[in-house]
Design a protein. Structure first.
Length: 463
């Protein structure tokens, strides 16, 4: 039996040993999921699903500390932020329960043409089928909730494949679901390598694929799924922020620091490109650099740590190479710029890296924020929109007209006004466009994605 050893990304400490699923295991999981879906007598009525999810909330609340420490230990997100992740995960389950109360079809108008007379029509919601969820490392518990709970809520069986580096949170959450009364066939977890994950994602027994991860892998899987499979993809961005001359300096600096260095920048909407009006560019850049220099970097289980490790030593090597390349091409290092250890990199602020540097046109996914100066805001819009990515963007200004102009001009799927790009609550629509993804996440939006509408038309002479 093949296993993987889960280790802390910070110090390499052994955390757990997990069985690796092979294709035979995946076939079994698929067969079990299809059996319960294709036999409607085995479907869970809505009130039972609600009861199970309510019990899940109770169990999670009673184990907040354990859930927090597991997520922080395996993923490296600092304890203070992992604690917030657990709270969000619990709230995510609550949101699914609440949305079930308005999860409904509608009447379709009939009778306004002769051919549709004597008829009435209604749509109703049904589960889409078997869901495959390929998850990522950076929010190991909350992503598991977002990719499984909407499916369970609408009555679709789901198989989740967590990241090999952070499988413990997902496994633990699925066990909580089972403890809460969910029959095992309705939510299963498989830990496997890329070839087996592709086998799961593209199998003909899958009706919906939820993928969170790199664009290269996501778009490839999208091209390979079985005909009729609906797909939701969440990739990364190179999030732009525009700072106008009238921006509130006291508010924007901590916001940019939090948005850029939260989870060591390993967030798909992390602040990366900050375009600042030339009249305040030096001030913003220097204050942001000072803020970065005060941040506590290190052990994610230390309650005081603000920036933890990157997920692997390879990622530290890559970020170091990208920063060095930017400096060689003319960027000025205002803070950081170096690795602290094999696992940690200094929170880094770069001033005016060239547009052809990797840090300017690719997702860093590390603790690096780039600051650029501009004179005309239209030039800032042009630069912000110049890449193939489109996710969340932001603008800082006290002028409502400028704010509205930025919302209109920026091609992000969401634009934050006077807040950082990494802001998110779990009931809002969340998803990228262009190279950044396909479809929308968010608990209620995923519930809609993981269901289908069936139309009923009734003909009667009395109508």
């Amino acid at each position: 039996m093949e296993t993987i050893k889960v280790k802390s990304p910070f110090d390499g400490k052994f955390l757990d040993e997990i069985k690796v699923s092979n294709k035979s295991d995946i076939d079994q999981a698929l067969d079990e999921a299809r059996t319960v879906y294709e036999n409607q007598k085995m479907w869970l009525p809505k009130y039972e699903r609600v009861k199970i999810l309510e019990k899940t909330v109770e169990i999670m609340k009673s184990r907040k500390e354990d859930l927090t420490r597991i997520a922080a230990a395996e993923g490296g997100k600092p304890y203070m932020d992992s604690k917030v992740e657990v709270e969000r995960a619990i709230n995510g389950v609550k949101l699914a329960i609440e949305h079930l109360g308005v999860f409904e079809g509608k009447e379709i108008a009939m009778g306004h043409t002769e051919s549709s007379s004597n008829r009435m029509a209604y749509t109703m919601k049904e589960p889409i089928g078997v869901v495959a969820a390929i998850s990522a490392f950076n929010h190991p518990l909350n992503l598991a909730v977002h990719q499984t709970v909407p499916a369970i809520a609408v009555g679709s069986p789901v198989i989740i494949k967590p990241s090999e580096t952070t499988p413990m949170s997902a496994i633990n959450f699925v066990e909580i679901l089972h403890e809460a009364g969910l029959p095992k066939a309705w939510c299963q977890v498989v830990v496997c390598h890329r070839e087996e994950a592709q086998y799961l994602a593209t199998h003909s027994k899958i009706d919906y694929l939820s993928f969170i991860g790199s664009g290269a892998v996501g778009w490839y899987l999208n091209s390979q799924v079985s005909p009729g499979t609906r797909v939701g993809l969440e990739h990364g961005g190179v999030a732009p922020v525009i700072v106008e001359a009238d921006a509130d300096m006291e508010a924007l600096i901590p916001a940019l620091a939090k948005g850029g260095f939260y989870h060591a920048g390993q967030v798909c909407v992390s602040v990366q490109r900050v375009y600042v009006h030339e009249s305040i560019c030096d001030e913003v850049a220097s204050k942001l650099a000072k803020e970065a220099q005060t941040m506590i970097v290190g052990d994610p289980l230390n309650p005081n740590t603000e920036v933890g490790p990157l997920i692997s030593h390879h990622e530290v090597d890559r970020v170091e190479l990208w920063v060095n390349e930017a400096v060689q091409k003319g960027a000025k290092v205002l803070s950081g710029g170096k690795r602290i250890s094999e696992s940690c990199f200094e929170p880094t602020v770069l001033l005016n890296p060239p547009p052809h540097a990797k840090v300017s046109n690719l997702e860093v996914f590390g603790p690096v924020v780039c600051v650029y100066s501009y004179d005309d805001i239209e030039d800032a819009f042009r630069e912000a929109n110049s890449l193939e990515f489109s996710f969340q963007a932001a603008v800082f200004t006290k002028n409502i007209d400028t704010a509205l102009l930025a919302v209109k001009r920026l091609n992000g799927t969401a634009v934050m006004v006077n807040d950082h790009t990494a802001f998110r609550v779990d009931w809002m629509p969340f998803g990228g466009a262009k190279a950044s993804g396909l479809g929308l996440g968010g608990i209620s939006y995923s519930m809609e994605e993981m269901s289908k509408e069936k139309l009923m038309v009734i003909k009667s002479p009395v109508l």
